[in-house]
Design a protein around this ligand. Structure first.
Ligand SMILES: Cc1cc2nc3c(=O)[nH]c(=O)nc-3n(C[C@H](O)[C@H](O)[C@H](O)COP(=O)(O)O)c2cc1C
Length: 168
């Protein structure tokens, strides 16, 4: 098992809940689970595998915790790290910016050399536009606790299955 971190920022608890479910699905004792901060971000390159979650706020912006950590990420080297992302958003009310923050994190990790895994299909979602939607797939697991909370556990189960080969 690779040394794995699950790291999240959350304003109302939805991303935190998803992070805990993901950690539980992998095996809670096998991962380090963190709320992101600048200090936590600085430790992330020590991990072989990072699973990072953000909700989207404003109109297509990072949640507060990632806004604080984002500048530090720009100085880090993730060339030895595999990264998988998950994003929370509201496709109905914010369908022009659905899970945009996941796309913002994606671009930053790619720019710092990370190997990205965990792309996810868009079937079952209705949105107009998303920075996290590239070449017909989401760049990571898209969740919607506001409108599709009943699908969260099953989506997480399937997504963790899909990234499991990268965890071993
Ligand atoms: C003021 C406000 C702005 C939001 N902006 C967006 C947005 O631009 N895109 C999106 O997909 N979701 C947006 N959302 C929805 C949140 O991302 C969603 O409720 C999420 O589950 C919150 O997760 P958290 O509690 O972990 O922060 C917004 C919600 C609020 C209340």
């Amino acid at each position: 098992m690779k040394k794995t971190a699950v790291v999240w920022a959350s304003q109302t608890g939805n991303t935190k809940e998803a992070a805990e479910l993901i950690a539980g699905e992998i095996g809670r004792e096998q991962v380090d689970l963190f709320e992101v901060s600048r200090e936590v971000a600085l430790q992330l390159p020590e991990y072989e595998m990072v699973i990072a979650g953000t909700s989207t706020w404003g109109m297509g912006e990072l949640s507060y915790g990632w806004r604080e950590a984002f500048p530090a990420l720009g100085d880090l080297d993730f060339a030895s790290t595999t990264v998988a992302l998950f994003g929370l958003g509201d496709q109905r009310v914010y369908g022009d910016w659905y899970v945009d923050a996941m796309g913002i994190l994606y671009d930053r990790f790619v720019a710092r050399g990370a190997t990205m895994v965990g792309a996810w299909p868009n079937s079952g979602y209705e949105f107009s536009s998303s920075k996290a939607f590239r070449d017909g797939m989401f760049v990571g697991l898209a969740l919607d606790a506001d409108n599709q909370h009943h699908l969260t556990k099953e989506r997480i189960r399937r997504w963790v299955c899909s990234i499991r080969p990268h965890l071993d």
